[in-house]
Design a protein. Sequence first.
Length: 649
Amino acid sequence: MKAKRLLSMGLAAAVCVGTLGLAGCGSKGSDSAENTFSWWLYTDDGAGTYYNSFEDNPSVQWLNQQYWDTENHTLGTADNGSELHFTFQTPIEGSEQDNFNTMIGTGEYTDLLDMSLIADPMGFYDDGVIMEITDYVEKYMPDYVAYLDANPSLKSQVSRTDEDGTTHYYYVANILDGPELPWGGFVYRRDWVVEYAEPTDYVWDWDSDYVKENGHPEVTPLEKAKEQNNLNGWKQNEVTEFTANQGEDPNNTYTDNVIFPSGTSDPLTISDWEWMFEAFTKAIDEKGFADDSDAYAVSMYYPGYITTGDLVSSFGGGGGYWSVDEDNQVYFSGASDNFRTYLDCLHNWYEQGWLDEVFETRTGDAFYMVNMNGTNMGKVGLWYGLTGTIGTTIRATCEDPTDQQNAFVMACASPINDVYGTADQMYKDPDTFYQGSRVAGGVALTDKCESRSEEELAALFTYFNWMFTEVGSDFHTFGLNADQLASADLDDNLYEEYGMDAAYTKTTDESGNVVYTSLIDTSLDGNAFTAARMAGGLTKTGVGEDIGYSIDRGYSNITEQGTNEWARYESIGAVSTYTDDIMDGEDRDAWDKAYNDIYQWWGTVLPTMIKDGVTDESWNSMVDKLRNDFNIDQVTEIAQKYIDEIQPR
């Protein structure tokens, strides 16, 4: 069947090339059908492999057979609902931008536009390409409006508020209900912690009144608390020796009794990290790696920081570049005391022999692939890695025979600073790191919809609203449940072909928590079975604290633990998170120039400051140059203008 589809796709492509280079010219649900909207998608994943056009996607087929109850803003029946059909146009792979530009330039665009290539929605509105949809959103999308009202930081990103305080909508957003599923973050050698770390005699007492109220002991780290004879918020550590049990399948059965100085089973603080570094140094010495430049306790990206923030934001917040605080005030954090404290911390790590001594020379390494030779051979204690690094993977490439049997990598969140600087830099959640925005595109209505009847648009916006209900979000995220699949009249039933009765199950575990289990084999392209590419809905991520449910993606237990650690905090501190889609023209040029110039310069300056230490003279000189040569204050004013408009925090 697949061979036939591929052959058919070749014929279809020959026809579609003559029409703006489009693939997926359409099959079921043509524009002649009642209440049909054409939709331009950036990509459709499955065409040519699983089916010929996106209309043949099983979730889309089901969707095109539904009726919409416009009075109650949900699914209806043939008796009380309106029909709604979609056809799709998708570019041939590799021609997306050219296709989009040609389509817009000629005016031969569809009714609905995927927002993937629309960086400035207001510019498209001003040019008359897309229409304002405020009246329809407020009339037919109560669930969408309620969700945005409950999440004002998201609402400010997907709507505009005029001087009178009136909210305007120009597209329906695609929103993630939590942080984007991470693909990478900090990882460390858990087996080295078990074998070489000494349990501290005291740990944080999370049941104490002081820690309950303040989130930390009165004095940290432990050495300082002992010096001041103030152990308020600390308790005796009951664990005196660390042990581990790998079980039959370590990636799913590994357990240990490690407790960090912070009183947690996962590293929480800077002092937790430094406690690990001491253990990593012991391991490196014992294994004979001490003279190897690829062996050290902790990696660092060659400029001395990661441009997305990450560890930088552990010292009071901010990612090094333009950041926004909880009062929606923009500041250049690279000129702040927070950033100086970060540099002071790294200088100490260098002096202690923990930090990679030649980090600045690894200019060819991506921040998530620093010194792969050292990490793969089991010579590094903590680094920025990918999900594939977690667990037992590096055993196959470790140099040390013991590590070949026992190496075990676990993930950890960015740490909270409890050691360096003043109260302004301590005990603050990190707020800026490599994490996708919860606003993940959307869909806009073009001016071609202005001639549509109220009834047609009511059905369309009722569909959009349904995608923000519990059932609609399930469909949007996972695909067809068993009841939906059984009710669908499908041509070329892809689910049946791959032996599935549904795309997922929704159950309740022993603790009463909802568990979604994907039934789509991970070797398949999951999006080919779902309507996830139809942006404009609430996507479940299963990531983050207090999410209220979990998703069983078929990952190992240790990978699930790792992705949850990486998503412990939400990235809300970077100005660019909120302004990338709306800053343009001269403002964008000024922003980009300052950012790029600073990046190039810092790569030559910061490594020296980290190694030599920061003095008042070197710090003031750097800040003066940032202000006078790189215009950080002027760019701050530019960014503040946009932040004032959207008020994200």
